[in-house]
Design a protein around this ligand. Sequence first.
Ligand SMILES: Nc1ncnc2c1ncn2[C@@H]1O[C@H](COP(=O)(O)OP(=O)(O)OP(=O)(O)O)[C@@H](O)[C@H]1O
Ligand SMILES: [Mg+2]
Length: 475
Amino acid sequence: MRVREAYVSDDSRGRVLVIDDDESIERLVEAMLSHQGFEVSRCGDYTQAKARALEAQVEVVMVDLHLAEQSGLDVLDAVKQAKPEVEVIVMTGDATARNAMAAVKRGAWDVVTKPFESFADVAATVGKAADRCRLRRHASELERLVMAPRPDALVGESESMLEVFRLIERVSRSSSTVLITGESGTGKELVANAIHKRSARARSAFVAVNCSALTPTLLESELFGHVKGSFTGATKNKRGLFEAAHGGTLFLDEIGDMPLATQVHLLRALQEGEVRPVGSTSSVKVDVRVIAATNAELKRAIAAGRFREDLFYRINVVAIPLPALRTRPDDVPRLAQHFLTDAAQRSRKLISRFSPEALRLLVNAPWPGNVRELQNVVERAVVLAQGDEIGPELLPPTLTAPPPAPPVDDAPLVPLHDARRAFERDYVARALRAAGGDVSAAAVLAGVDASVFKKLVKVARAVDNPVDAPRALAS
Ligand SMILES: Nc1ncnc2c1ncn2[C@@H]1O[C@H](COP(=O)(O)OP(=O)(O)OP(=O)(O)O)[C@@H](O)[C@H]1O
Ligand SMILES: [Mg+2]
């Protein structure tokens, strides 16, 4: 046995599994190590040695080199492969240099000779092995925390975001198609990515395509690929993104803007699990999970004939609606702090917090651009900041300016009835403009029943042009 310095430390205790086909040895080691403050378990049934070594929650495994039915080296190999941080000490009655070398080469922490010359030495060896294992576990935990891709973290603790997280966990376990909806900047792409990373497909590609950024021809060939000569500019065969995402996830952003012809091909790809490159006569099998996102009301696009209803049902297997930031102000402080820490780290500045007044402004802002806008505001403040705190003076004037004062009206006072009519006429005109002339959509925007809105339209037109009023009502 190698002579090691006695090692006495409060940390020298650890959990140890002893495996020997000689029960008296197991008992002896157990008694000796327990006495030294270790938590010891025995294998009991050495035919189960490997399985027991793999399932045991321990820092150190002590295994006999010659078990009756298998070699201790097999146990060593299995442990080192499945749990490399666990240390294995090989016990042998035959510690020839060759045996010892073989064990150490295969990753054993040490080799101890039976019968034991010094219990203290064995305990010291076990103690060091346990320490080493704990250190490695601690280091990998730290590494996990430090190396975690922080900018990807999804932040939120509002009830509505907790519901989103629950949905993410649930869909991550399957390969079903997901439709993420939400206003611009609410985190649709981040959520799609989070689903991919938590899924069994995480090791394969996450491919994102923005369906509104490409011309119809280009989108078609980007998604499905093309063969040489299939259109002007197709000078060689090209693999599509569906194929590039094989085994992984394809994120179709702004799916509401996908041209109808491409929708047909997408539906086919989803149903058949195969794609046909533009200009090709044969199809290619693909295994791709599709996650789609939209900030538009797809139901309205269906009604307008711009989106296929069958495709909608095919992609809307699981729907994840993302709440607008203004509906969850309790998430703002956390998000703001998250972006602050991130931006400060990147610009190597020691800014750690917001002043209470700045935080109040952030929480109360309407955030039409949602989380992305908040992120931009924080990043800008970090760039401008000189101290260690972000005060209101570093926030954009739109957040700090008091709400606009009501317009001063010098016009002569008209009767309330006429003033209300004039306001309603302007309001109706604005709502119709915003809804592209669609009366039902304008009613939704105005938050009233279509019948109520139609009446307002009628009255408004009667005010503008008494002769046209009956036509307005008929529409
Ligand atoms: N819950 C969140 N936690 C942390 N960061 C977030 C969160 N939601 C959004 N973000 C960040 O806000 C930015 C906008 O998010 P993302 O691009 O996912 O939004 P989107 O809904 O896809 O927007 P658009 O509709 O404009 O494409 C990104 O930088 C993203 O990292
Ligand atoms: Mg997006």
